[in-house]
Design a protein around this ligand. Sequence first.
Ligand code: NAD
Ligand code: UDP
Length: 338
Amino acid sequence: MRILLCGGAGYIGAHTYVVLVERGHDVVVADNFSNSSPGVLARLRQITGRPVPFQPLDLRDRDAVTGFFAHQAFDAVVHFAALKSVGESCERPLDYFHNNIGGTLNLLHGMREAGVDRLVFSSSATVYGDPERVPVREDARLQVTNPYGRTKLVMEELIGDLCRSDAGFHAANLRYFNPVGAHASGLIGEDPTGIPNNLMPYICQVAVGRRDRLSVYGADWPTVDGTGVRDYIHVMDLARAHADALDFLVRERRSLTVNLGTGQGVSVLQLVEAFAQAAARRIPYQVVARRPGDVAEVYADPSLAERTLGWRAELGIEAMCRDAWRWQSQNPQGYPMA
Ligand code: NAD
Ligand code: UDP
């Protein structure tokens, strides 16, 4: 297939690019580099051994999006492009609505004009808010607690309406749990701008000496050791699920919404310990107050993904820590400046 990756220069998009090229697809990356570095393209070329077709594109520019589709033919779009910081979304909700919802509407418009009728959409476990029970199934109550989460839920709903209005348009909403890790080459990985919000990149930066110590947000949660529990999933497993979702859309000609997680809950201190083992270094930490809006425990029931996509996560927490550390230790400051 000829596939467009919107936001394909970002963390998950870059790893998915590698998997799709390995499966023989013809893949084009589009991005505005608002949260990524052009340096990723050279690394993707190094991994795949071929030039990376790239299109500068800002999804907020409707005319540019429509114009781009008018001159290109695609069988499917994988849509990663979004702003993703929960805290920032609380401070600047309109920017999030404009970029994530407005950008997606422009993309859907461009796809329809050009007759592209397969979409894989990056959703998130954030649509479950504070789940009533774990593991979380796809039919759990949906509730959002911040503007970022709302953009994901609204987009799932808008995409659902579009699918219902047009029997020929099919979408896969992939609800990612907590993506971590990196490609085994250590050439690509997560490269957050500024102070990392998420646990794994923060641990990586402590390990490499960029930060003094990790702040653990609360050790009084009702969990195995009092620290927050999440479902960490290796980004290469996640990337593979996108290829499987594209195959599903072609084969089944219907839409679906699935969780992508391992089904295993891991606490903050368990992840710190596993990382310390993998990197063979101490990770200094201190317990501080809970982070506002945090929840105790979230992990997936991933069985629907196995039944529908034939997909299950294969890489465990050791591989996630090992690969994250390889990337961080080989690239202490992230991607080189272009
Ligand atoms: P990322 O920020 O690394 O990648 C997103 C990419 O989209 C970036 O390269 C950015 O420059 C680009 N982009 C943003 N707005 C754009 C626009 N208007 N036009 C063109 N490009 C634009 O994030 P990621 O971690 O790779 O996440 C990918 C997707 O998965 C996002 O939609 C995110 O919300 C979702 N998601 C991520 C996580 C996670 O923890 N990483 C968890 C659940 C869901
Ligand atoms: N966390 C932490 N210190 C940090 C970042 C995160 O203790 O610097 C905890 C957080 O409270 C949660 C877990 O690590 O229990 C995962 O947080 P992350 O932000 O990575 O994912 P999310 O909460 O969005 O699922």
